[in-house]
Design a protein around this ligand. Sequence first.
Ligand code: NAP
Length: 239
Amino acid sequence: LGGTGEAGEPAAALDTRGVPVTSSLAGRVARPRLPVGEVRVGGFGGPDALARWLAEHGVTAVVDATHPFAERISASASAACAAAGVALLRLERPGWSGRPGDRWTWVDDLAAAAGAIGQLGTRVLLTTGRQGLSAFSTLDDAWFLIRCIDPPEPPLPRRHELILDRGPYTIPGELGLIDRHGIDLVVTKDSGGELTVAKLDAARERKLPVIVVRRPARPGTETAADVAAAATWAFAHAG
Ligand code: NAP
């Protein structure tokens, strides 16, 4: 189950070892980076339908490599694998941790992030993705530079500019963006990973505050933190 920039890596690792692998994408991104091997696109139709799909395709192991904030598909995978008797591993890259010089405020969700903006800044680089931006739509006192991969749906904040981009990003690139737009606050989810971490390095360099949205809790599923461990696990569970 893919949905992150790195999710194609376990598929490649398994393909190299001759294990047949199908990657599943939600179909939200218009031009996704396609992993090697077979790819299917679109929702399954809930946990029961996913369980049927697993049985029909003779699947012996599922790696849930979806985004740390994609909660429904992970819950669906957990229920479906239990029902179908299929092994499940969660591949989740570690979250980001602060370093000396960081000015981070941790919050539980997007609504809390919106609530914290007023005290911290007025020109905001908003990088929480295209979903859930309605949480910021009533903040008329701030200006937002909204960056996401595909266009978000309204309602959006009244005063904003949109940048469609998918990274990976560099520190010089992020510093340039911050300086050009007079950014004084960064808002992000704790997505983790290397592809989008440069904004945090740039914010530290410019001494800017950052609002970081905590990951939702994911109880119960066996988890690997890196691709090599996930590929080894999947290889061992390949039928
Ligand atoms: P979500 O709330 O967990 O999932 C919503 C529905 O989309 C699921 O119930 C499922 O439909 C379908 N779906 C999600 N991932 C799928 C996959 N890999 N293969 C097939 N169907 C999938 O997820 P979301 O937050 O809307 O995110 C959608 C996708 O974007 C995910 O793959 C996620 O990894 C990726 N993504 C999310 C974020 C984020 O911040 N949420 C950021 C970057 C990337 P059915 O119930 O019909 O099976």
